[in-house]
Design a protein around this ligand. Structure first.
Ligand code: GTP
Ligand code: MG
Length: 365
């Protein structure tokens, strides 16, 4: 089952899963999302009635979390959650959720929650979206990962959407299709003839329950070319770029009568990086060329995450992001020699040494 929180989260969850549960602070927004099986209105009662949304203010989402807390904590167990990090509702409610997950004792593999987070495209989206995202990545998300109580976290970004001017609905479809292709790995192991290795449902569930970032991608695999180059050239344009893999998983689909041994090159590539992937090779008669689905789990510290987020933006936007970070930096106390400063002031004004003597007498020096 899938849970979508806030605008982006709900639209994507409903597209992925007809049984999705959608959560929002705004009733209007909640009712506008097509699909999904259930809707939950999180409420914050203001003097003038129910809020119409969080208006980019995560504090409102966070306050509203209290009204759905118990239900949500139960619902997310062993399930997938989608939200954006930019707006107020998804960010605020997910913040509450992640903080609670960080506090509980160890969570069983089967009860871990897989998070899909939609990051803003800083070049064209508002400062509030960017700043909310930085706080989210470096605060509750980092804390929850450290606690080991989340499953995989997928960082979607909206870069391609804005750069290629793709409609929201179409872009959401691309995200969902990409995710479905990754999630179909264990089913393909059931359906197609197995030629080597094996990834069953339990192996897959264990992989996606680990508290790391997951970058999954797809490529037509050419065994005559170095695998590393192909992997680098085919990172998933819908996701933030990955870092060095800690763990990996791949499914190689070869055409009927294709050579199944070509996967050894892939194993070699990962082995050189001290990673032992779980994998499987299947025969898919519908394929004309070998097709590879590969997922890499990687870890990032909060500051590095912000760097990654910046990397997808242009330089002048980086300055914008940096400015907001600088506001949180404590300035060092200036080391000023008062006597020297006073002498300089006196010299500039053309006064005599007597001024200095007076200042000293008054205890100003
Ligand atoms: N890919 C994608 N991104 C979206 C979609 N809707 C919103 N976004 C992005 O999500 C961020 C805004 O978050 P929303 O999910 O709309 O906000 P919310 O959680 O509903 O919070 P508030 O509306 O502020 O209460 C921005 O970065 C948008 O570009 C969508 O349908 N698809
Ligand atoms: Mg909204």
């Amino acid at each position: 089952m899938t849970i979508g929180i806030g605008g982006a989260g709900s639209k994507i969850a409903a597209k992925l899963d007809s049984q999705a549960v959608l959560v929002n602070v705004s009733e209007t927004e909640l009712n506008k999302v097509p699909g999904g099986a259930r809707r939950i209105l999180a409420s914050v009662h203001a003097a003038h009635g129910q809020f119409r949304g969080s208006r980019k203010n995560p504090q409102i989402g966070h306050d509203a979390y209290q009204s759905v807390r118990r239900e949500l904590l139960e619902l997310v167990r062993g399930n997938m959650v989608f939200c954006s990090s930019g707006g107020g509702t998804g960010n605020g409610i997910a913040t509450g959720l992640l903080q609670d997950l960080s506090k509980v004792g160890d969570i069983n593999t089967a009860d871990k929650t897989f998070f899909g987070i939609i990051l803003p495209y800083a070049k064209l989206e508002s400062n509030e979206f960017v700043n909310n995202t930085i706080e989210f990545l470096t605060g509750p998300l980092a804390e929850a990962i450290d606690s080991g109580n989340t499953g995989n976290i997928v960082l979607f970004n909206n870069k391609k959407k804005f750069e290629e001017k793709i409609s929201e609905d179409r872009y959401n479809q691309l995200l969902v299709d990409s995710l479905k292709l990754f999630l179909s790995i264990p089913d393909k192991n059931d359906v197609y003839r197995l030629l080597d290795g094996h990834i069953d449902h339990e192996d897959f569930a264990l992989f996606i329950s680990k508290p790391y970032f997951n970058h999954f991608t797809f490529l037509d695999y050419d065994p005559a070319k170095p695998f590393g180059e192909q992997l680098d050239a085919n990172s998933n344009p819908l996701l933030l770029e990955p870092e060095a893999a800690i763990e990996a998983l791949f499914l190689l689909e070869v055409p009927r009568g294709g050579d199944p041994t070509i996967f050894y090159n892939i194993l070699q590539y990962f082995s050189d990086k001290n990673v032992s992937p779980i994998y499987s090779v299947v025969e898919n008669p519908d394929r004309q060329k070998p097709f590879l689905t590969v997922a890499q789990l990687y870890s990032r510290k909060p500051a590095e995450l912000v760097d990654d987020f910046n990397r997808i933006t242009e330089q002048h936007v980086q300055a914008k992001v940096k400015k907001s970070l600088d506001q949180n930096v404590v300035l060092h106390k200036l080391d000023v020699n008062m006597e020297q400063e006073a002498r300089r002031a006196v010299k500039q004004r053309g006064d005599t040494e007597d001024v200095l003597a007076t200042l000293r007498r008054l205890g100003k020096l």
